[in-house]
Ligand binder design. Sequence first.
Ligand SMILES: O=C(O)c1ccccc1N[C@@H]1O[C@H](COP(=O)(O)O)[C@@H](O)[C@H]1O
Length: 218
Amino acid sequence: MSRLLFRTRIKFCGMTRPGDIRLACELGADAIGFVFAPGSPRRLDPEEARAMRNALAPLVDAVALFMDNPAEEVREVVRRVRPSLLQFHGSEDDAFCRGFGVPYLKAVPMGDDPRAYTATALQLRYPGAAGFLFDSHVRGGSGGSGRTFDWAQIPSGLHKPFVLAGGITPDNVFDAVLTVQPWGVDVSSGIESAPGIKDGYKMRRFVEEVRRADCHIG
Ligand SMILES: O=C(O)c1ccccc1N[C@@H]1O[C@H](COP(=O)(O)O)[C@@H](O)[C@H]1O
């Protein structure tokens, strides 16, 4: 695909405050992530997330993030929060992920032996995925760690869009976009002052650096 008119999509994840969401939308974030993964310091309950969703500007996606949550919890979030995309970080299979009638991204834990994840294997295992998200955690481990992984291990030949995550910050996102040329980038701890508390200055710098990289590639 030609990158001439291409714009790297930006997802800001782990939002817990309406003011952070409003700023993210003004800065041009394409998607806002709400975390429902058990044990996460950014975890919201569905009612909190519903209130947060109301802070979203039009044309910005609401993404709901899960990690081996029971189906009933996912259904409850879908019913109350109405996310436009689901993101699964656990050992969920394709049938589970597809079962909620909402497009989904499957997170791939690149902290494991990444050779296990060829493009063909991923696409066969998750035929219903709208795309993949490569993150630094190990299988069964939690995301949002702020750690990077070896970007060279991302499988080539994927036919679906993929998102780069894991330890992306305003300081490394320019290199990340230039090196990996992903469909989008997803950041949580890299734009925070504390878990769930976003830093406006870091959010702004992050967006500026992605746009600078897009201009470079074009
Ligand atoms: O943010 C969390 O707490 C979280 C918990 C469980 C699974 C994933 C989680 N976050 C996602 O992890 C990646 C990388 O985050 P970071 O930028 O390294 O902090 C990203 O997709 C987050 O949405």
